[in-house]
Ligand binder design. Structure first.
Ligand SMILES: [Zn+2]
Length: 174
């Protein structure tokens, strides 16, 4: 995607939104700093997600969206923020061009994004996605939130997976 001003070949995507089968991207040229908009057809080539246990399954935007919505439930996010976030992750996956992507990579992208978007949603997602594999990190996060007076422990976490019910976080509530 060449810059229409200087012909530079590298541009950073600064905003991305889906319009049916098109995606509109704001880009910033890394050479001259110009900003321009592109409309690109989403090439829905199949992406397969490689799960932790080695199973492959077709990438599903709906599934991604559901997981994120669950984590963001009742959080005071601006209208459209979740869709925009889902768009950005989807765009990143398609843009990377790979036919296969590890589910852990998608999880990491979601975690990184949620961390910016909403800390409580981040903790919820982390607790399900990581399944407390790294409880130390999670505890640090919870502690740092508690210090700032927005402890997620005051909200009952809507954890969809049964493993999480007996989690150390759950026990900590007593
Ligand atoms: Zn340029």
């Amino acid at each position: 995607m060449n810059c229409p001003y200087c012909g530079g070949q590298e541009a950073r995507v600064i905003d991305s939104r889906g319009l049916d089968e098109m995606v509109r991207r704001r880009r910033k040229c890394l050479a001259c700093g110009a900003r321009f908009t592109t409309h690109e057809r989403i090439q829905p080539h199949d992406i397969f997600v490689i799960k932790r246990d080695g199973r492959r399954e077709e990438f599903s935007r709906d599934k991604l969206s559901l997981g994120i919505r669950r984590a963001c439930e009742k959080r005071p996010l601006p209208a459209g923020a979740i869709d925009k976030f889902v768009d950005s992750i989807e765009a990143e996956l398609y843009e990377a061009g790979g036919r296969e992507v590890a589910s852990s990579h998608i999880g990491d992208l979601v975690m990184a994004g949620l961390k910016q978007l909403d800390h409580i949603a981040y903790i919820r997602f982390a607790s399900v996605y990581r399944q407390f594999a790294d409880i130390g990190v999670l505890k640090q996060e919870v502690d740092s939130l508690a210090v700032r007076g927005e402890s997620p422990l005051t909200n009952r976490l809507p954890l969809p997976s049964s493993e999480a019910v007996n989690s150390p976080i759950g026990r900590k509530r007593r």
